[in-house]
Write a protein that binds this ligand. Structure first.
Ligand SMILES: Nc1ncnc2c1ncn2[C@@H]1O[C@H](COP(=O)(O)OP(=O)(O)OP(=O)(O)O)[C@@H](O)[C@H]1O
Length: 272
């Protein structure tokens, strides 16, 4: 029970402004442990901003954010250091002197064990993205944040990468928040789909469909229509951009406790 509390993501009244303009504007969100959630929304509506806050990369916020201590993020660009071999990239940022076997295991898990020793520039786009996933996995995350990780991949590689993420999620049971522009991707992978608009979660629906899913699933078609409408792409959608007024409230970032052995230190910061 207590463990699950530590793995829950709780966001209350989160506001993040740039140049006085709130991009995230009093946002509330709870992610249950082990849930796979897709976050959709127009370009520029604040999805990446929210993800960066959850990752602990942006603390210029007001509101309350509680996230698991063990968390990892993978971006659309794999962000591999070209001067480090793939396995060293995977261990980047881990504290202490982690054993190469740790990297090898994670690379095996993403089907890249045979490429551990090569330089990043010799990887294909899909391989580089898998290396980036391995770098997230070595952190043994309770929360895996994915910011359009498939966005730059060709269609076939994208399908393979989606299947890999679905399999990793099933095997590891971590909470996943996936930012995507692709409604079909959201419906194929997620338990829950969110639409962000005007700085808040404007629409929130479960995706209670059996797995594995097929785009031809009739239940999926109805949800797709609804989500597209919420995004303002189908009939009857509002689809406005971001904006709105500011919000106040208590101001703290807290990172939920985790075992003492956790490599990521706890943070408790207040912002005026
Ligand atoms: N560091 C920054 N400085 C100023 N403005 C920023 C900064 N980061 C984000 N913004 C602005 O905040 C808004 C939301 O950006 P964000 O990247 O979160 O959107 P997004 O929904 O992820 O978009 P996309 O889907 O295109 O990636 C945009 O208008 C963006 O220009």
């Amino acid at each position: 029970m207590a463990t699950d509390l530590h793995r829950t993501v709780t966001v209350r009244g989160l506001t993040r402004s740039f140049d006085g303009r709130p991009v995230v504007d009093g946002l509330d969100l709870t992610l249950e442990p082990g849930q796979f959630t897709a976050l959709l929304g127009h370009s520029g509506c604040g999805k990446s901003t929210l993800l960066r806050v959850l990752a602990g990369l942006d603390r210029e916020i007001s509101g309350t954010v509680l996230v698991p201590r063990r968390r990892a993020v993978a971006f659309q660009a794999p962000r591999l250091m070209p001067w480090k071999r793939v396995w060293r990239n995977v261990l980047l940022g881990l504290p202490g002197r982690p054993d190469r076997a740790v990297a090898d295991r994670a690379l095996e898990e993403v089907g890249l064990g045979h490429r551990a020793h090569v330089w990043p520039k010799t990887l294909s786009g899909g391989e580089a993205q898998r290396a980036s996933l391995a770098r997230a996995l070595v952190r043994d995350p309770d929360l895996l944040l994915l910011d359009e990780p498939f966005g730059a991949l060709d269609a076939l590689t994208r399908i393979k990468a989606q299947r890999l993420v679905a399999e990793l999620w099933r095997r590891r049971g971590c909470t996943v928040l996936l930012v995507t522009h692709d409604v079909d991707e959201a419906l194929l992978l997620a338990d829950r789909a969110l639409v962000m608009r005007d700085g808040v979660i404007a629409y929130d629906t479960p995706v209670a469909l059996d797995r594995p899913r097929s785009p031809a699933d009739p239940g999926l078609a109805a949800l797709r229509t609804r989500l597209l409408a919420e995004l303002g792409v189908g009939e009857g959608g509002s689809g406005t951009g971001e904006g709105g007024s500011g919000a106040g409230g208590p101001e703290a970032i807290a990172v939920a406790g985790a075992p003492k052995s956790s490599p990521i230190p706890p943070v408790l910061t207040s912002h005026p």
